[in-house]
Design a protein around this ligand. Structure first.
Ligand SMILES: Cc1cc2nc3c(=O)[nH]c(=O)nc-3n(C[C@H](O)[C@H](O)[C@H](O)COP(=O)(O)OP(=O)(O)OC[C@H]3O[C@@H](n4cnc5c(N)ncnc54)[C@H](O)[C@@H]3O)c2cc1C
Ligand code: FES
Length: 262
């Protein structure tokens, strides 16, 4: 573990903050990879890389529990611990690509979208959130996709279409031929999107989340089927998702090894 300093903090929404950290190694991370962030005296947690370069790495973090709330309470200048970057990354697809993000799952997809923007023929993004204030990175995504290629949805109808993020997808997938669909977000959303791409025989890469301790394939707490999400993922392709269908969106291992429903 390396000691790192928080150099900048940006509030993204009422529950999400972005932390820019110093770290020479994580500054080389690729879209889809994650790091393990140690909040001194509290816990160490996995977080997807939002951006990387110039000896700096950024992560966007939703306050959901002990570690993330303590992290939100820190100020610029504070010291944390960093390991990584870990895991595989999204493959770079050319042609027409569609990215679908829910909640903080939008973070690694924004990183990917920035890298793909100049290389793809067309880049479309669908982002969903519960409410307008929780729609992340809309301004940045608007700058990458043109307006027609960015669809936002909210459950309460305060911005974009009033529906779940999966709703506009069916017609979009029927209308356009995509060369790759990338997704990251709540697992139930990932599962629905996977079912849609399977029905249409389309390629997909999905970033999955599991409880993690070691982050390097040793402890087994992040298993899904035969895979360790930290080492074999977090990005999985259609063939791998097919193999773990019985668990996908249904259950995961808890920290005590028991199976908990999602
Ligand atoms: C590869 C990966 C990338 C992630 N990227 C992000 C990200 O970019 N932004 C973000 O806000 N969150 C991300 N998470 C989830 C984040 O790790 C958890 O929200 C965090 O660990 C919760 O810790 P806590 O102590 O605040 O909450 P806890 O009180 O421990 O738990 C609150 C909730 O978070 C879940 N959780 C707890 N520990 C973990 C863990 N080690 N791994 C996964 N889920 C956990 C619990 O099931 C529970 O639902 C990612 C998780 C993984 C596995
Ligand atoms: S977190 Fe230990 S094997 Fe994945």
């Amino acid at each position: 573990m390396r000691i790192s300093q928080i150099v900048r903090i940006r509030t993204e929404s009422p529950t999400v903050k972005t932390f820019m950290l110093t770290d020479r190694l994580c500054a080389k991370a690729k879209p889809g990879q994650f790091l393990m962030l140690w909040i001194p005296g509290v816990d160490e947690i996995p977080l997807s890389v939002l951006d990387a370069g110039d000896n700096l790495v950024s992560v966007s973090v939703k306050a959901v529990g002990d570690a993330t709330r303590h992290l939100h309470a820190l100020e610029a200048g504070a010291t944390v611990g960093v390991r990584g970057p870990f895991g595989n990354c999204f493959t770079e697809s050319r042609g027409r690509v569609l990215l679908v993000g829910g909640g903080t799952g939008t973070a690694p997809l924004l990183f990917l979208a920035k890298q793909l923007a100049a290389k793809t023929e067309r880049l479309s993004f669908v982002e969903g959130a519960k409410t307008k204030d929780e729609l992340l990175f809309v301004h940045e995504l608007g700058g990458i996709c043109n307006e027609k290629s960015l669809i936002t949805t909210t459950e309460d109808g305060t911005a974009g279409l009033q529906c779940l993020v999966t709703q506009p997808l069916a017609s979009l997938l029927d209308k356009e031929k995509f060369d790759m669909i990338y997704t990251c977000g709540p697992e139930i959303m990932v599962k629905k999107i996977f079912e849609m791409t399977e029905k249409r025989k389309l390629p997909i890469e999905a970033s999955l989340e599991r409880l993690m301790r070691c982050g390097i394939g040793l402890c087994g707490s992040c298993m899904i089927g035969k895979y360790r999400v930290c080492r074999d993922g977090p990005v999985f392709n259609a063939a791998q998702l097919r193999e773990v269908q019985e668990e996908l969106g249904i259950s995961k291992l808890g920290f005590d090894g028991s199976r908990i429903p999602l």
